[in-house]
Write a protein that binds this ligand. Structure first.
Ligand code: ATP
Length: 138
């Protein structure tokens, strides 16, 4: 089986109406957190910072200590079935402005419950629920 490894972030910012989470609309249609493939020699958090920069233009990012998890899934490519693991961190920014790259169709900042509903995949929703369960949600 083909193996793929990505890393990403549940990225949030504080707004006057509360904490908002960033979701991206992927070309295949789903809504998910910012993430991307780990390049050779990269540490996971380096991947996350690079992907956030490349996919959103956001450069001020701080990781929240104590949260690290992963999401796993399989999907079909022409070359065969892929097993993919995505490591996720919780991270914070002060930037509201997003410059979406050509790799995505759109973005949205949503409060916790709306973001939970917007996420396409159950495993991503479960990841987000852990943020609340572990006490990281304000
Ligand atoms: P990356 O952001 O890591 O570069 P990508 O844009 O190449 O990823 P994915 O978002 O991993 O690709 O999507 C690849 C395939 O897997 C798509 O068909 C997508 O629908 C499916 N997929 C994406 N996320 C999940 C998930 N959390 N659970 C199940 N299937 C998923």
């Amino acid at each position: 089986m083909l193996e793929e490894r990505s890393a990403g972030a549940i990225l949030y910012r504080e707004s006057p109406t509360g904490r908002l989470y960033l979701l991206l609309n992927y070309p295949s249609g789903h809504w998910d957190f910012v993430k991307g493939n780990i390049e050779k020699g990269e540490a996971l958090k380096q991947t996350v910072l690079r992907e956030i920069r490349e996919e959103t233009g956001i450069t001020d990012v701080s990781f929240i200590d104590g949260f690290e998890d992963k999401v796993e899934y399989h999907y079909q490519r022409e070359e065969g079935l892929v097993h993919k693991e995505v490591a996720f961190f919780l991270a914070k920014t002060s930037t509201e402005h997003v410059e979406i790259s050509h790799e995505h169709l759109g973005f949205i900042w949503l409060g916790f419950n709306d973001a939970l509903q917007k996420l396409t995949y159950k495993n991503a929703q479960n990841l987000m629920k852990k943020v609340r369960k572990l006490g990281f949600e304000a």
